[in-house]
Design a protein around this ligand. Structure first.
Ligand code: LLP
Length: 427
């Protein structure tokens, strides 16, 4: 990727020397290139808008919940797919317009529904029971809620089973055969206005064909519900386009290839229906995944069954390798163009065997004090971090042009206990 490079033997991100950033801010440290995010967004939107100008890109805020990141996307004109009241608040604070937000989720609480109604965002409704609850909440508030239903497209997709969301057996969405009845009920509900349809088939998908199939399901549903009188304002085909975590070998489709597969199906479908709804898409990973590196410091190296490079962050700060067996490239940032001299396993500090960030990689001998960069950590990286083993979370630094600055301070030891209470009868 063009925002990463090697200068004077050191890894740079957005023109900034990773070794120097690690020295200035300390490790572990997330570093995010905001220009890369803006560039990714522009490219993704342009690829679709070239086929159909009425395309709206909603950032899947679960991928990266940093306010500066969301503001950067808001400034580019992005909306957001929000999956909780917290993500909704973040998107609004980042300056996104309510009409560009979709409140998703298969298990919304009464408070979530009330906040959605109050802020006037559209909702993706995941069940008939939720529809009835929402109608009651909207009635109470004297409002009308604009909704889509989440359709379960019953599609097998080539990705890790934990992140394939459109399977018939997954917890998400309403089966396609029940969808017409759901819209009929929504049309009849006094405080509901059905305006969209929504699906999401899964994440980190490295083929375009499943997206085209999903678009096919969506336009079929669009036709059926248009026939019963739904006035479709948008069709949201979700996110899920994968990125090449294996830089040299993953066959990652480009947004242009994605658009070329999806748009003919979408355009022909809406033409046949005689409607012109906006197309909404919800990429998360593609917009932010490659924008960040996680810089970790080497504490020690141990030659055992394998050679372990013990670093100062593990699945507390990047859970993807432990949770999904995900692959992330690692680079010894201080000697980024040195020849590899052996095979190393990068191990985190958490007291679990599975706490390995990278296994059996060819690297130039890492040593204590080195900085190692874990690449493509911008999506579901910090967002899924925890304080497990009572480790305060690290800082996040933004870079843009010649500038760098903290966009989230590191937690301190005091932050670990800040929300705890000690009732006087307990000790
Ligand atoms: N829309 C909906 C309704 C979603 O559930 C998701 C992701 C997205 C959009 C964005 O998908 P993306 O474009 O980022 O693939 N933690 C996992 C990924 C979980 C994805 C959950 N849903 C990982 O680290 O791979």
């Amino acid at each position: 990727p063009s925002h990463l490079g090697i200068k004077n033997g050191r890894l740079h991100i957005g023109g900034h020397d990773c070794t120097a950033l690690a020295a200035a801010y300390g490790t572990p440290l997330y570093v995010t290139d905001l220009d890369r995010i803006a560039g990714n967004f522009r490219r993704f939107r342009a690829a679709l808008a070239a086929h159909y100008p009425e395309t709206q890109v909603l950032f899947a805020a679960k991928a990266n919940g940093n306010l500066t990141v969301i503001r950067t996307l808001a400034a580019e004109g992005a909306g957001a797919d929000v999956f909780s009241s917290g993500e909704l608040e973040l998107a609004l604070r980042a300056g996104m317009k309510p009409e560009r937000l979709l409140f998703n989720g298969s298990s919304k609480s009464p408070a979530d529904l009330a906040l959605a109604v109050e802020t006037g965002v559209r909702l993706s409704v995941d069940s008939i029971e939720e529809l009835r609850q929402l109608n009651a909440v909207a009635a109470e508030a004297g409002r009308t809620a604009a909704i889509a239903f989440r359709v379960n497209p019953a599609l097998e997709v080539p990705t890790h089973p934990k992140i394939a969301t459109g399977l018939k057996t997954s917890k998400f969405g309403i089966p396609a055969e029940e969808i017409v009845a759901a819209y009929a009920e929504a049309l009849a509900a006094e405080h509901i206005e059905p305006v969209g349809i929504h699906c999401h088939i899964g994440s980190q998908i490295l083929e375009v064909e499943p997206f085209a199939r999903a678009a096919g399901v969506m336009v079929r549903v669009a036709r059926e519900i248009t026939d019963i009188g739904v006035n479709l304002e948008f069709i949201d085909i979700g996110g899920g386009l994968g990125i090449p975590y294996h830089h040299d070998t993953d066959p990652a489709p480009t947004p242009e290839e994605y658009a070329a597969a999806v748009m003919p199906v979408f355009l022909q479908g809406i033409r046949e229906c005689g409607i012109d709804p906006a197309l909404w898409v919800e990429p998360g990973r593609w917009l932010v995944g490659d924008s960040s590196v996680l810089l970790v410091g080497v504490n020690s190296v141990k030659r055992a069954h394998r050679t372990f490079v013990n670093v100062d962050a593990g699945f507390n700060l990047l859970v993807r390798p432990a949770m999904y067996d995900s692959y992330h490239e690692v680079v010894v940032a201080d000697r980024a163009d040195a020849a590899a001299d052996g095979t190393y396993t990068v191990a985190g500090p958490i007291c679990e065997t599975g706490d390995l960030l990278a296994q059996d990689r060819e690297l130039p001998a890492p040593k204590a004090g080195d900085t190692i960069a874990v690449l493509d950590a911008g999506a579901y990286g910090f967002a899924m971090s925890s304080q497990y083993n009572s480790r305060p979370r690290c800082a996040e630094v933004a870079v843009r042009g010649g500038k760098h600055a903290i966009m989230r301070r590191a937690e301190r030891l005091d932050d670990l206990t800040a929300t705890m209470e000690t009732p006087d009868w307990t000790a």
